[in-house]
Design a protein around this ligand. Sequence first.
Ligand SMILES: [Zn+2]
Ligand SMILES: [Zn+2]
Length: 448
Amino acid sequence: MKHTGCIYMDPRTPTAEHQPSRKSVGTEDYQTEIDRLADQVEKKMIAWRHDLHQNPELPNRETRTAKIIADHLKSLGVDEVRTGVGVNGIVGVLKGGAPGDKVIALRADFDALPVEELADVPFKSTFVDEDYPGGPFPVSHACGHDCHASMLMGAAEVLAGMRDQIPGTVKFLFQGAEEGPPVGEDGGAAMMIKEGALETPKPDVAFAIHVTPFPTNTLYYCRGDTMAASQLLKITIKGMGVHGSTPWMGKDPLTVAAEIITAMGQVYRQVPATEAITISIGKVDDHGRFNVIGDDITLWGTVRCIHQKMMEDVDMRITRIATHVALAHGLTAEVSFDQEVPAMYNEPDWLDRFMPTMERLFDAKDIRSGPPQLAYDDHSFFQIACGGVYLFLGGQDTKWTDTGLEPIDPSKQIPFNHNPHFYVNDEALKTGVRMHANVVMDFLNGKI
Ligand SMILES: [Zn+2]
Ligand SMILES: [Zn+2]
């Protein structure tokens, strides 16, 4: 499987301090109530997070996690809990008791990664999924989706506890397979939408948070371009197997594969250098042996474009290179693109509407912005459909300096998402709940 979603940023990336908005949302009575309820739920939330962390599940296999979430939503007495939406996804609907007809969607993903956990935490995962396609795989929450799920479970509890004050409807979108389902299976945000996650009622806005290695309880955002469009790339080179001592008797796909991999670098010279794109081949499936040339070879990779409009052009160039390099040596190559995720774009208008709420929750010095990342998050499907923003919440022992992001303890590394050492401090969870709940109340009260 490919596990290429989510956050990755070069720690040397220049970032900027946040320029405060001209308008502020002011203080509201419901803030105190949110804070009180968030304090109350914090301990439980940390316990959920540790439990999910120790019991991680790979994309499309998140049945235990999904059941815990669905049971929690039902225990809160929310108006509707739909399960199995897009394989293991859950849609919860909470109707507020105050007059108002707007609808806001909050999204949390809950799948884990085929990464062996090396983080030194007492709730470390040791789970190995023996049955997963392509496995066995050690599994861990190396992207922090355990935090996202528990934060949204916490937010659901806070909002259910103050439903009489909510002037509208809250939709909870708990999503699996954000990291991409196994090849050949459907899943993730796109499938949830296909199965009606955004129907009855249709949200007027969608909001999501992703945890990052940035300083704990600080906010980070991108204005406009936020994350890349992504595709899974598969190139199959068809040759003819033969003994390694007589390559002229067959058709060697391995040397052709090597040429194709190298030639991918030519695409960077064919698109404007100002366009951020990457093509990476991460896996080579070969059937040969040291003295046997195999019949065919499959290359697996990922294609990223910050601008959606570049994707078609880049696909054409990859296909042209791969098929023609193969042809030049008397072989054929088939190229296909799968698991398409559109680019994430934080519409500046939406961002300007959300930032006053964030300024109420974070000190100005704890908000930073910066350039987009070539990672992806399929929350883009929800954001494109509903509007809204996607924000990053820091959770590690790091600090911003003039040169970028640094660990507070210089002897330590900064493990980014998907790194086996990735960790998130529990202290960030309550901040996530406050972000969700304040966004809900401000939006439904017409302040966002
Ligand atoms: Zn991820
Ligand atoms: Zn992620």
